[in-house]
Design a protein around this ligand. Structure first.
Ligand SMILES: [Zn+2]
Length: 174
């Protein structure tokens, strides 16, 4: 999943408002940051075992939980951060095809092969996340226009990704 992960971060803000949106955005893309880091380090593994397998993401969630809990002493918020990291795995299973564990099977519905289905799936996560996020804004003058602009920008971004995938078939990941 591409932009859809941002939807998960936005939705989580509603669950625990004290968590900064930036923290949630870092958390939601953790496996992809690791992927990019490995790529930059020249150690890219195409199977994504180190970044997207179940044990890898479980480890990131535990580390994220520990880091956030240590920094803030807010254990419930740390749980939300860990859940956002874990959400990456489940969302990628809808759109992608990911390793389970070393020697284990690959799983995923591979919506990437069907750009329209991918856009609908990611778009749904983005819209739901933005609606949850909107409810965290001050009640009397909720800047609905800001939320609408943000939502439109995120959907356009995802549309761009899906069109690029349609044209190029596979996006270079590394
Ligand atoms: Zn990913």
């Amino acid at each position: 999943m591409y932009v859809g992960h941002a939807g998960a971060a936005l939705g989580a803000k509603r669950v625990r408002r004290s968590i900064g949106l930036l923290v949630l955005l870092v958390a939601t893309y953790t496996p992809d940051w690791v992927d990019t880091g490995l790529c930059l380090a020249g150690a890219y593994n195409p199977q994504e075992m180190l970044s997207h397998s179940i044990p890898a993401i479980a480890l990131f969630a535990v580390l994220g939980f520990a880091a956030y809990a240590t920094a803030t002493r807010d254990w419930r918020a740390a749980l939300v951060v860990a859940a956002v990291i874990l959400s990456h795995m489940f969302l990628d299973w809808i759109t992608g095809y990911k390793p389970t564990w070393p020697g284990g099977p690959m799983i995923g519905l591979r919506f990437y092969d069907h750009p329209i289905a991918d856009f609908l799936a990611e778009g749904a996560v983005i819209v739901i996340g933005a609606l949850f996020y909107a409810r965290t804004l001050p009640p009397r003058k909720r800047p609905w226009i800001d939320v609408a602009v943000m939502l439109g920008a995120l959907l356009l971004l995802q549309l761009g990704v899906d069109i690029a995938r349609m044209v190029m078939k596979t996006l270079p990941k590394c």
